[in-house]
Write a protein that binds this ligand. Structure first.
Ligand SMILES: C[S@@+](CC[C@H](N)C(=O)[O-])C[C@H]1O[C@@H](n2cnc3c(N)ncnc32)[C@H](O)[C@@H]1O
Length: 440
């Protein structure tokens, strides 16, 4: 484990400063040519710590009041978190932890590492609970999730469902691979999987999507991936473009397009013939989108970098089908992006909701009569999903909800069984919401 500690320290620090742990992990593995064993240990430790951060930090705070987390360097903070995880969650003894980590720890103020470890070790679970009588606080510690999120889930679904969803954030999701039918076909890719000892199962509900069961070689290292013949895409995300149901003579708009998972799927469904306008506001992400379209051999996409809320001022075109996959809390992705749980608070959620509403209003302006908008998020919060749609329908009586087919998820009474939701604990994919509305 020794050899991976410097990478864990760096990735934990980066993840809490806003970097993606997934991207940092992949880059650490590739740049440092880590072997398979080191790679799995690195992924395991980073994810386990990020998933349990509230409880880990509670142990540290309760035991080291004078070394409040804020006062120490980000590397030392990461080391304390690793130490606490190993001692309190994995039950490793203090000597093991001290031997493993003390050489990385920069001394600060009057204390040494072993004293701090001793203090952390002495805190019992009992002392962690601020309010034993509050259900949300208890669930927050039991399932390693911020209390405000637990409260929201409890008010949306009640105790039973909340208790089914929360544990799914601690589990790894299956990886799914979509065949880019512009460059390859299913048979060719399955042959490559056999040759590389990759076991898989075919996803019946979504054509050209395969679930990876076991793989010795990481998917991004396959030539087929590097050549753009396959891409990694969650099952829920691959469903969205099917619901849009693109046809060759449709004018199609993807309003928040990068990194292009759904744009490229729409292009493949259209067999690279037709018209797609793909918009994204962010410089770096537009570059990623352009590179990805090139790699995947996609020719029918016109990429526009702009704030999509202003798009009607920039282009004359009005569209038959619009996909709106706006920025969201990502609360459906806490399993694969555990750092997101700790990054935002309730105020941030309000910011997302306002942006989602503004984007949806703009989509309505850009849509032709008779056209439809597919609205999707990887969020589990009703505020970003059902409420955005309900408010929109109340203000726009010329729009109606239509069925979201194919139906893979579950429907909800809140929106007359017309929308669909996917849940990690039921559908083995990220949490997702999909609605389709039509302009009459
Ligand atoms: C959820 S991601 C989209 C994922 C994408 N649909 C896919 O399937 O790969 C949201 C994207 O919206 C972009 N974005 C945020 N605000 C925007 C705005 N006002 N106008 C256009 N794009 C925006 C972000 O840069 C980000 O790339």
């Amino acid at each position: 484990m020794d050899s991976i500690i410097p990478f864990v320290i760096e990735i934990l620090g980066g993840a809490l400063r806003g970097k993606s742990s997934r991207i940092a992990l992949r880059s650490a593995v590739e740049t440092n040519k880590l072997n398979r064993e080191e790679e799995s240990a690195l992924y395991y430790l980073v994810f386990e710590i990020l998933r349990r951060l509230n409880v880990i930090d509670l142990y540290i705070k309760t035991s080291t009041s004078s070394y409040s987390l804020k006062k120490i360097s980000s590397d030392n903070r990461a080391i304390l978190r690793i130490a606490t995880y190993l001692m309190k969650i994995e039950n490793k003894d203090i000597e093991f932890v001290n031997n493993l980590l003390s050489s990385h720890f920069e001394q600060f103020s009057e204390s040494n590492f072993l004293t701090i470890l001793d203090l952390i070790q002495s805190v019992s679970e009992e002392q962690l609970y601020e309010n034993r009588n509050d259900l949300a606080s208890n669930l927050s510690i039991e399932y390693f999730t911020p209390t405000w999120i637990v409260r929201k889930f409890l008010s949306q679904w009640g105790v039973e469902t909340t208790k089914k969803i929360l544990p799914s954030f601690q589990q790894n999701l299956h990886l799914y691979v979509r065949i880019n039918t512009i460059k390859a076909n299913l048979e060719e890719i399955l042959r490559i999987f056999h040759l590389n000892d990759i076991s898989y199962s075919i996803v019946e509900e979504i054509e050209n999507l395969v679930r990876i069961e076991e793989n010795e070689i990481p998917i991004p290292q396959l030539e087929a991936f590097k050549e753009g013949k396959i891409l990694i895409q969650q099952k829920a995300s691959a469903l969205v473009s099917l619901v849009l149901d693109p046809q060759e003579d449709d004018e199609i708009l993807d309003m928040c397009a990068s990194p292009g998972g759904k744009t490229s799927h729409i292009a493949a469904l259209l067999k690279n013939k037709g018209k797609i306008v793909a918009v994204d506001m962010n410089d770096e992400r537009v570059k990623i989108l352009k590179d990805r379209m090139n790699l995947l051999g996609i020719k029918l996409v016109r990429i526009i970098q702009t704030d999509a809320r202003e798009l009607h001022r920039k282009i004359e075109t009005r569209f038959d089908k619009i996909l709106l996959d706006p920025p969201c809390s990502g609360s459906g992705t806490y399993s694969s992006r555990p750092e997101n749980k700790w990054r935002m608070n309730q105020r941030d959620l309000g910011w997302y909701v306002n942006l989602q509403k503004d984007l949806l209003n703009e989509a309505a302006v850009l849509l032709k009569t008779g056209g439809s908008i597919v609205y999707s998020t990887c969020s589990l919060f009703h505020e970003e999903n059902h409420s955005v749609i309900l408010d929109f329908l109340q203000e726009n009586s010329n729009f109606k909800l239509v069925e979201t087919t194919p139906m893979v998820g579950v429907t909800s009474k809140i929106l007359n069984e017309k929308t669909q939701e996917l849940y990690p604990h039921i559908h083995e994919t990220e949490g997702f919401f999909i609605a389709k509305i039509q302009k009459e």
